[in-house]
Structure formats: structure tokens, C-alpha cells
Design a protein around this ligand. Structure first.
Ligand SMILES: N[C@@H](CCC(=O)N[C@@H](CS)C(=O)NCC(=O)O)C(=O)O
Length: 362
């Protein structure tokens, strides 16, 4: 035992991302399901708000946010690296992380809550109060899960947008499935950051929730097998693609992200700029900055302008800014091919950072 404890839950999107990564990293760790006691004695006192996953390091430090968890472990246990070797691949991995963490959230939330509601309430009850009688799990879980259910309309998931969200997700599944005909993972034959980022939405909500799994098995059994491989974290020996090549089979997925999510992040950035006008350094940034338009497969709606999406994008843009010479030219070619030229000039009006597990203005 290395002394790491991962506090989370089987039903949690971001715990799946962290668990798959830690399994692959080959660290032995204990995973503890967050019940009421852990919430009150570990999460709330150390993090300040109810969220999972949370990592406790062997020296007792508490780390929240999957990117920080990954970075903590990469620093103390650098081999094997979760990042591909090529600088453009590394930038593309961080961009895929924006997609997985922030935009595939829409299908993840839609299918969980519109196809699996009774099941997931019971599951929440089972995990947060394992000692309660089974007959009480649904009611306990409903109390705990209502706040997540309430996010569905805020994210813009409604009758008008559901056909577009479903069409886009099914097309995404087909695109990823076609890629997996060529490679076992996103950047070759072993997992890397982009796999764990996609695993978040694609595991707990879209593979593990039973009605979602039926859809994944029907549309893209290759993706279901990938989710099983990636959560188990067994593949260490395969190679990542060399020469900083980004396979063409990934382009349809990146193009989908560019078409749907970049306009949302641009509109979010405009709201952020307006908010910054009266904010001071160190201020906590609201999680939602307002509502912004989005389009998925021809269906139009309004979605919450998530400040955290800008924070994840900032990490990708930092990696882009570090490139020069041939690497920069290759990144520009990549961005042009995925219809994301806007990112070449995308600037946040102010930098963001996390302080005490909250998003703040630098
Ligand atoms: N950016 C965070 C997101 C964590 C997150 O949203 N976790 C969900 C469960 S999967 C949660 O606890 N949400 C509570 C909330 O957002 O209030 C990460 O990468 O760890």
C-alpha cells in the first residue's frame, strides 16, 4: 500500500477519470466510497464544498480536482508519463480534456437523468448510506441526487435540444469507434491523458448506468471495450504514436468539439470579461457566468456558461503558447484541420487559478 486514498464514488464521472488513471499508474491505493461520515469529516473540512474525487496523499495532503490529482502523481511518480512525448500531441491531449471534462458532460447528464433516473437515485442511496435498509436507498439517494438532477435544465438539456444532443453523441460514438478500429487508445496502443479525460463521461454515466450502456453496446461496442480496458488501467506495454503525429481518425471528434463547444467558450469568455470589469485579484469566480447559446446537430439551446471550461481551456492554451518553430507550425496545421483556428487568437481577459479548491482570479 502506497498510502494514497481516493475518496469518490462508483457513480461519479470524475472519480472514474481519476480511478482509471491511478489504476494505470500502477500505484496501489485505497478507494473509499464517500458516505455521510467521510463527507463531514474529510471533504467538507478540507475542501470546503461537497465534491469528489478527493485524493489524500501518503503525507496526508488533500488534493481536489482531477487535473491536480494527476499532476500531483505525475510529479511524485513520473514514470510512465501520462502525457504523450510530442508537444502537439500534448496540446491536443489537453484540448481533449476540455472536451471530455466540460462538453461531453451534456450527453453524460442527459442519458443519466433522462434514461436512468430511478436506478441512479437508488445507486446514490446505496453508496452514501450502505448500512441503511435497501428499501430506503431510493429516498436517501433522491435527497442526495436532486442537486445533480437540477443541473440538467441548466445545462440546456430539454425537449428542443435532446434530439441534437443524442444525434451528436451517437455520431461521436461512431467516430471514436472508427478510431478504435486502428488503435487501442486515443494516442496509440497504451492509454494517455486523453483516454482518462474521455473516460470520465464515457464510464460512470454512459457505460455503467444500465440504460446508457445498452446504447453504447448497440452503437459502439468498440467504445464499451475501450471503457473496460481504460478503467482497469492494465495496458502498459503498447507504444504511443511517434513523431508527434495526431491520427486522422481523431479529427472528426475534434471537429465536433470545435463546432459545438468553441462558440460556447467564446460566449463564456465574453461574460467572463464583463464579470472581470468589477472584480479584483483573488476574487472567487462564479461557477456559472450566465447562459450562452449552443447548437448540437442543428438543435439550438442555451447552456450554463461554465467558468471552469475557461480554466481547462487555459491549460491547453498555455501548452499552445509554449510552442515555437516547427512545433507551432504543426499545431497551426492541426488546428486548421479541426476547424479550431479561433484558438490561435483566443485570450482569456484575466488568468484563472485554483485557490483552496475554488476557482479564483489571479
Ligand atoms: N473539475 C472537477 C470536477 C469534479 C466534479 O464535478 N465532481 C462531481 C461528481 S463527478 C461533484 O462532486 N460535483 C458536485 C458539485 O459540482 O457541486 C474535477 O476534475 O475533479
Amino acid at each position: 500500500m502506497t498510502g494514497f486514498i481516493l475518496y469518490g464514488s462508483q457513480a461519479s464521472l470524475f472519480t472514474g477519470k481519476a480511478r482509471g488513471y491511478m489504476n494505470w499508474k500502477g500505484l496501489s491505493f485505497e478507494e473509499k466510497a464517500v458516505d455521510e461520515v467521510i463527507m463531514k469529516t474529510v471533504i467538507l473540512p478540507h475542501v470546503g464544498w461537497p465534491v469528489v474525487p478527493v485524493l489524500q496523499t501518503p503525507d496526508g495532503r488533500i488534493v481536489q480536482d482531477t487535473a491536480d490529482i494527476i499532476s500531483e502523481i505525475e510529479t511524485t511518480h513520473p514514470e510512465p508519463s501520462v502525457m504523450p512525448a510530442g508537444p502537439v500531441q500534448r496540446f491536443a491531449s489537453l484540448l481533449m480534456q476540455v472536451y471530455g471534462d466540460q462538453w461531453l458532460l451534456l450527453p453524460a447528464m442527459h442519458y443519466r437523468w433522462n434514461y436512468n433516473e430511478d436506478w441512479i437515485f437508488t445507486e446514490f442511496g446505496r453508496s452514501s448510506a450502505p448500512d441503511a435498509p435497501a428499501s430506503e436507498h431510493y429516498a436517501i439517494g433522491k435527497q442526495r441526487g436532486e442537486k445533480f438532477r437540477a443541473m440538467v435544465p441548466m445545462l440546456g438539456i430539454n425537449e428542443a435540444t435532446i434530439p441534437g444532443i443524442e444525434a451528436s453523441y451517437e455520431q461521436f460514438l461512431s467516430e471514436f469507434s472508427a478510431h478504435l478500429e486502428e488503435f487501442n487508445y486515443v494516442f496509440g496502443d497504451r492509454p494517455s491523458l486523453a483516454d482518462f479525460a474521455l473516460l470520465g463521461p464515457l464510464y460512470a454515466h454512459l457505460y455503467r448506468d444500465p440504460a446508457s450502456r445498452e446504447i453504447m453496446e448497440r452503437v459502439a461496442p468498440n467504445v464499451a471495450r475501450w471503457a473496460e480496458r481504460t478503467i482497469s488501467g492494465q495496458d502498459h506495454t503498447g507504444d504511443l504514436i511517434g513523431n508527434d503525429v495526431i491520427p486522422k481518425t481523431l479529427e472528426p471528434m475534434f471537429k465536433r468539439h470545435s463546432a459545438e463547444h468553441i462558440p460556447v467558450m467564446e460566449a463564456t469568455n465574453a461574460l467572463f470579461a464583463a464579470w472581470c470589469e468589477t472584480a479584483a485579484s483573488g476574487d472567487e469566480v462564479p461557477r456559472g457566468l450566465g447562459m450562452v447559446p449552443f447548437v448540437a446537430c442543428g438543435c439550438e439551446g442555451q447552456t450554463l456558461a461554465l467558468s471552469f471550461s475557461l480554466f481547462r481551456l487555459q491549460a491547453a492554451l498555455d501548452a499552445l503558447d509554449e510552442l515555437s518553430g516547427n512545433d507551432r507550425a504543426n499545431a497551426e496545421v492541426f488546428l486548421t484541420r479541426i476547424n479550431a483556428e479561433e484558438l490561435l487568437s483566443f485570450k482569456l481577459p484575466r488568468r484563472l487559478e485554483r485557490k483552496n479548491c475554488k476557482l479564483c482570479l489571479v
